[in-house]
Design a protein around this ligand. Structure first.
Ligand code: PMP
Length: 354
């Protein structure tokens, strides 16, 4: 979806890296995160300051090969090394479908997936993943385990103005972001963590050292350039060239898409979508609508048990609710595909009658 925008930016985002540059493993030996490119760190701070979606003061920035690597680094850093059993990892259903599989893929002795945070009632230490806005359903979230004492990891992949009102700068202990959903550059594989406790950050850095001996410097330089241009276009929203603002343009594109989808869903009456309440966005300086990167669609027809296979029959590919810890009446559909695919999806959906 964001391809058109970046095409229009043209040469402004081109990065040239000569063969002799960025050859060493090391980016900045004075930084605890020695593989963090200073230019990338600088652009991360600038971007958060302009958007107002996260506090960066007093935080260690840890760069990762996508926020996926940082998610595993966080589990490694936060789980005690001498626990009598693996630490429980929970998230409220519906949760991002990769959390359970990534948590359990190596059958670690340090941590294990323990399911839905809402029903977690064991009197043991735990890590809770708080995804806000949430993947798959788009709602703003807070911790859901019904007691204190858990360690929270905030996955804010979608806390950007095109998806949700920016209500205040996030100020958590450990927060994950990714360029994948902020700018659309998923293939660059760059994410970052903002970490309050330096000792936790150092363990995450150690994990990345053991895992991949750092993070592609080329990718960090490319990501830095993308973030720089994105921030430049959004710095003075009142100014005459704010029509180039990545976030403003993307906000309007998402608004159009959600409107088209809601019209199609209302027409077909076979489905329903979540309802969201608008909130004041301090970045856009106006009330703004939540318009998530995914549509969390429910099949309302009593005769349809499995919404995923039902929609496959109409050549609409989705991911079924079971992957997200709920029933098969729900499916998740990406709202970020190219225009042609999105239009085709809406057209096909609107032909389905209850
Ligand atoms: N967290 C959430 C909530 C996501 O939706 C995604 C991407 N689908 C990720 C993390 C992974 O992002 P990355 O591409 O940075 O690994």
């Amino acid at each position: 979806m964001y391809e058109n925008y970046w095409q229009q930016m043209g040469e402004r985002t081109t990065v040239v890296i000569p063969g002799w540059q960025s050859m060493s493993y090391f980016s900045d030996v004075k930084n605890p995160c020695w593989f963090l490119e200073p230019e990338f760190a600088k652009q991360v701070v600038r971007l958060h300051n302009v958007v107002g979606n996260a506090v960066t003061d007093g935080r260690q920035i840890v760069v990762g090969t996508g926020s996926s690597q940082l998610f595993l680094a966080a589990l490694y850093a936060l789980a005690p090394k001498d626990g009598s059993e693996p630490m429980s990892v929970v998230s409220a259903a519906p949760y991002y479908s990769s959390y359970p599989s990534m948590t359990d893929c190596l059958k670690s002795g340090l941590y294990k997936w323990a399911g839905d945070a809402r029903s977690f009632n064991k009197e043991v230490p735990y890590i809770e993943l708080v995804t806000s806005p949430n993947n798959p359903d788009g709602f703003v979230r807070h911790s859901m385990v019904n007691r204190t004492g858990g360690i929270l990891v905030h996955d804010l992949a979608y806390y950007w103005p095109q998806y949700t009102p920016i209500s205040s700068p996030a100020d958590h202990d450990l927060t994950l972001f990714t360029v994948s959903k902020a700018t659309g550059h998923a293939g660059t594989r760059i994410g970052w963590a903002l970490v309050k406790d330096l000792e936790v950050a150092k363990k995450m850095i150690k994990f990345i050292e053991l895992n991949t001996i750092g993070v592609s410097r080329d990718s960090q330089l490319r990501a830095a350039k993308i973030l720089e241009v994105m921030t430049n276009t959004s710095e003075n929203l009142g100014s005459f060239d704010s029509h180039e603002s990545f976030f403003k343009i993307s906000y309007h594109l998402m608004a159009e898409r959600w409107q088209l989808l809601r019209v199609a869903v209302n027409r077909s009456r076979a489905f329903s979508l979540p309802d969201f309440t608008p909130g004041f966005c301090h970045f856009l300086n106006q009330d703004s609508q939540p318009q998530p990167a995914f549509a969390w669609l429910k099949c309302e027809d009593d005769h349809v048990e499995d919404c995923e296979s039902f929609l496959r029959g109409y050549k609409i590919l989705t991911r079924g609710g079971r992957h997200f810890g709920v029933g098969p009446k729900y499916v998740r559909i990406s709202m970020l595909d190219r225009d042609n695919n999105f239009d085709l999806f809406v057209k096909r959906l609107s032909t389905i009658q209850s």
